[in-house]
Design a protein around this ligand. Structure first.
Ligand SMILES: Nc1ncnc2c1ncn2[C@@H]1O[C@H](COP(=O)(O)OP(=O)(O)O)[C@@H](O)[C@H]1O
Ligand SMILES: [Mg+2]
Length: 470
């Protein structure tokens, strides 16, 4: 669709009175709006599941299924839907109940057409804006990907530009960054953009190699050089000749091997274990670590000379917390991937879930986000990931753990206030289910009941009302 055309928004009207259906459809008709109608609420719900209208206008009192039931089902399928209830029997209790259950608006019948146009018009405009920004996000995403690495913002641009500048020339590169930040992807990008991209890309994870076999693995051995060496074997350096060798977790390499590695980097030749002569190799080496190599040097666990050799060209991969602007795009990237993997139609995250993710400190970086979205994509019953689909530690504890380190002391509040807040959050996350809330808080049900009573949260309504106010 060309950019100048406004996205189509779809609106479903459910009313058992065909006359009202016609009246409302005619009143709301406008370009860029698709209007669907159902005179039976069950048909309406089918349409919600199959067509995903952004807005649903439903009558409250209908045979078979009430508007509140319809609302509840829609919230299960797609909590991001704007639902407007209409009724001739207005009561403020029902209105409050509807809003608490997720309704966007509540209109009195008979509805004046200008009022209808105004109130529904606002939601249509909002839906249009959301669609436009989703489309911009998609565009942004294609423009913010570098060799499979998603990122925007200054830190990632700087990294992309370093990769681009370094890749034609490097002989050895050091990639540093916390676990799960994307060091593997970075190493691959360096290889793909290098002049040897058609050569082999060979990976050795140094933390997974038995110490005694390290040198044989890297440099090869000759028959009889040690017990078990039954024949001549080339090492990974020879295997990677004309390509790239990626040494992951270089900090775990034994010191003696480090000395030999340094010699290979300097002389471009390897000597198989037990061999008398050396062979020329042409290999680019990319090393990665999540350790602070300087600290390892201080502890005599890493050779300083090797460090200087490797770190002549260093690429630092920023932590996810330093580039939270990447979160929305990474979320969409993983949602698309897992939706395809699980053959589900998942369209996004609710605002509540987005907020929860943005508050997290992401100690496991992009890998943690990948796991969280993977978990949620598997758990979700609907088309939109909501808070309860996230792993349980994200429901409450995530915020707590961030706050223990970063919250200013003036904002802590009293223990009682915090307890109350946690109770409300747990109830919210458990959708009012007390057993579930108790599990989230890792306390017994009786303890929970006692605490709810103490904080006057023991009726479901008082809990919800406080949650909405807070
Ligand atoms: N910027 C990114 N864009 C897309 N996927 C990423 C990004 N960074 C990491 N990932 C994904 O997150 C996971 C962890 O990344 P990885 O490169 O293995 O981290 P590291 O090697 O630093 O521990 C992988 O599945 C990787 O594909
Ligand atoms: Mg890795």
């Amino acid at each position: 669709m060309p950019n100048t055309v406004d996205p189509v928004v779809s609106l479903l009207i459910i009313d058992d009175d065909p006359g009202s259906l016609d009246l409302f459809s005619n009143a709301l008709e406008q370009p860029g709006l698709e209007i669907l109608t159902a005179s039976d609420p069950k048909d309406g719900l089918d349409i919600v599941c199959s067509r995903h209208p952004q807005i649903v206008l439903t009558d409250l009192v209908m045979p078979h299924l009430s508007g509140l039931d319809v609302l509840e089902r829609i919230m299960e399928v797609d909590p991001a839907t704007d639902v407007i209830l209409m009724t001739a029997q207005y009561s403020s209790e029902t209105a409050v109940e509807a809003i608490q259950k997720g309704a966007s608006d509540y209109l009195n019948k008979p509805i004046s057409l200008p009022t209808l146009r105004e109130r529904v018009g606002r939601l249509i405009e909002d839906a249009r804006k959301r669609q436009r920004s989703l489309r911009l996000e998609d565009e942004l995403r294609t423009n913010s990907e570098f060799e499979g690495i998603i990122g925007r913002g200054p830190l990632m641009w700087e990294m992309f530009s370093r990769i681009r500048r370094v890749s034609p020339h490097y002989r050895a590169v050091l990639i540093t960054g916390a676990t799960g930040t994307g060091k593997d992807l970075t190493a691959r990008a360096l290889h793909r953009l290098s002049p040897v991209s058609s050569g082999r890309y060979v990976v050795l994870n140094c933390s997974a190699v038995v110490e005694t076999l390290f040198e044989s693995e890297l440099f090869g051995h000759v028959k009889g050089s040690f017990t078990g060496a039954t024949q001549d074997k080339p090492g990974l350096f020879e295997y990677a000749h004309g390509g790239t060798l990626f040494l992951d977790e270089i900090g775990d390499m034994p010191l003696t091997t480090q000395a030999k590695l340094l010699r290979v980097l300097q002389n471009h030749e390897v000597q198989r274990v037990g061999a008398l002569s050396a062979r020329k190799v042409d290999v680019r080496v990319v090393a990665a670590t999540n350790h602070d190599l300087r600290a390892l040097i201080a502890a005599n666990r890493f050779r300083e000379d090797l460090y200087y050799r490797l770190s002549m060209v260093e690429i630092q991969v920023p932590r996810l917390e330093e580039r939270k602007e990447d979160l929305p795009m990474l979320q969409r990237h993983f949602i698309t991937r897992f939706a395809a993997e699980y053959r589900k139609e998942i369209r996004g995250l609710t605002r509540r879930a987005q907020i929860r993710l943005s508050q997290h400190s992401w100690p496991g970086n992009v890998r943690e986000l990948e796991n969280v979205i993977g978990h949620a994509a598997m758990m979700t019953m609907g088309n939109i990931i909501d808070v309860q689909d996230l792993p349980s530690y994200m429901h409450v504890h995530a915020e707590q753990s961030t706050h223990t380190t970063s919250i200013p002391s003036s904002d802590i509040g009293t223990l009682e206030e915090q307890e109350r807040l946690l109770l409300i959050r747990a109830l919210e996350a458990a959708a009012g289910n007390q057993s579930k809330a108790a599990r989230l808080l890792r306390i017994g049900r009786d303890a929970l009941r006692y605490k709810l009573k103490k904080h006057h949260l023991d009726t479901p309504d008082s809990g919800r009302a406080s949650a909405a106010a807070g």
